[in-house]
Design a protein around this ligand. Structure first.
Ligand SMILES: [Ca+2]
Length: 401
């Protein structure tokens, strides 16, 4: 059984935001910069990170006034696509101009935690102009299910919109839709989905809730998926036993699939997902019920036949979108995994050595914002969206060594 890695040698860096002021307007005129100066306060020396770091990261609010933005994608021309949970998709120019909502987005179930969720570009986007997005799809009688659509991106509209995957049967529950999307280097599309608060559904191979599924780009099912041909099992399934996964990313160095998920009260997890494996929920969890009582279905932190998390947070940050930052040798943030924290309102940086997590740092705490998504741009910067009624798109220029 895999050892549970706790955030052992902690590196606590306190970030002092010298200034971060934005106006109430949208557009390039509001793009004001704020310097973050970090002074290290080291609790334990770690070889991989210098014991004294002089670093400056620069944050810039590119746009604001977004209605609960959920995900972002950077386009090759430096502009952005941003989903808003209510069901709108906007383009934001590199200098912060917001477009009106693009037409062609399907109707979404914008209740509870549902709505328009993740967005990614097709691997061949520069040629195809195709995008993929996930959403809560309304069904009959108030039911809903996580779904994925692809479409061609135009200047003001989506065309050739195809729903390539949908959770059927739909269920009457408004939370735990997930969801994130990630393409591996072979072009498989992975989709994370929450358990819809129907806990034992996450263990049922004939149900799609609480699963990560693996698809071809047209939505068809790869022949080498682990449960293809198995009776009473859905062939889309890649891994099972997930509670509510709102982070999914491929490590560009290894092509391994990493996933984050919300624990109940405590026990937020990071998992490395492998074909056909069971990640435990609700039979095994490091968290407890919101009441403080044990999870009724849980045997404990471990259960035979299930995988332990690669990394677990005893106190829940509220993990959302995540992104690898690699390929920048010499940069202090090279080989890091970034995760948005909703409940703890900051950005988590996990320092990596191979697959091992060897240090943890919190950024943007002084903003006090729920970080819903984070992406690494092709320009070497990080981008986040903040989940709020007047949410923001923020650029973070990494420190220099
Ligand atoms: Ca688990």
């Amino acid at each position: 059984m895999q050892q549970v890695f706790r955030p052992l040698p902690f590196i606590l860096l306190s970030l002092a935001v010298a200034a971060c002021q934005t106006s109430e307007h949208t557009g390039s005129d509001i793009a004001q910069s704020a310097q973050i100066t970090a002074e290290s306060a080291i609790s334990a020396p770690v070889q991989s990170i210098p014991t004294r770091v002089h670093r400056e990261a620069k944050i810039t609010t590119i746009a604001e006034g977004l209605n609960h933005p959920w995900a972002l994608a950077m386009l090759p021309d430096g502009s952005f696509l941003v989903t808003e949970r209510v069901g709108t998709l906007r383009r934001i120019s590199a200098d912060g101009q917001l477009s009106p909502p693009l037409s062609g987005v399907p109707e979404v179930f914008a209740r509870g935690q549902g709505g328009l969720l993740d967005i990614v570009l097709a691997p061949d986007f520069r040629i195809s102009r195709r995008i993929y997005f996930s959403f809560s799809e309304p069904g009959e009688d108030g039911t809903a299910g996580t779904a994925v659509a692809s479409a061609l991106l135009g200047d003001t509209e989506l065309t050739d919109v195809k729903v390539i995957y949908r959770q059927e049967p739909k269920v009457d529950a408004v939370n735990h839709f997930g969801s994130r999307l990630a393409f591996d280097q072979q072009g498989h599309l992975f989709v994370s989905q929450g358990d819809r608060t129907l806990r034992m559904a996450a263990q049922a191979l004939d149900k799609l809730q609480g699963k990560v599924v693996r698809l071809k780009p047209d939505g068809s099912i790869p022949e080498d998926n682990p449960f293809v041909g198995q009776k009473n099992a859905r062939p889309e399934i890649w891994s099972l036993g997930h509670r509510n996964s709102q982070g999914l990313a491929i490590d560009p160095r290894t092509d391994k699939l990493w996933e984050s998920e919300h624990g109940p009260r405590g026990g937020d997890e990071i998992n490395l997902l492998q074909s056909g494996k069971n990640y435990g929920w609700p039979l095994a969890t490091h968290g407890v019920d919101y009441s403080g009582r044990p999870i009724a279905e849980a045997v404990g932190k471990e259960h035979p036949g299930t995988e332990q998390p690669h990394y677990v947070f005893d106190v829940s940050p509220g993990l959302s979108g995540m992104a690898f930052y690699t390929g920048h040798p010499g940069n202090p943030w090279n080989d890091s995994l970034f995760l948005g924290a909703l409940a703890q309102r900051n950005l988590i940086r996990l320092k990596l050595q191979g697959d091992a997590i060897v240090g943890e740092e919190r950024l943007l705490s002084e903003l006090g914002e729920r970080i819903r998504d984070v992406r690494a741009g092709f320009d070497g910067n990080l981008y986040v969206v903040t989940d709020a009624e007047h949410g923001k798109l923020i650029r973070i220029e990494p420190p220099e060594s």
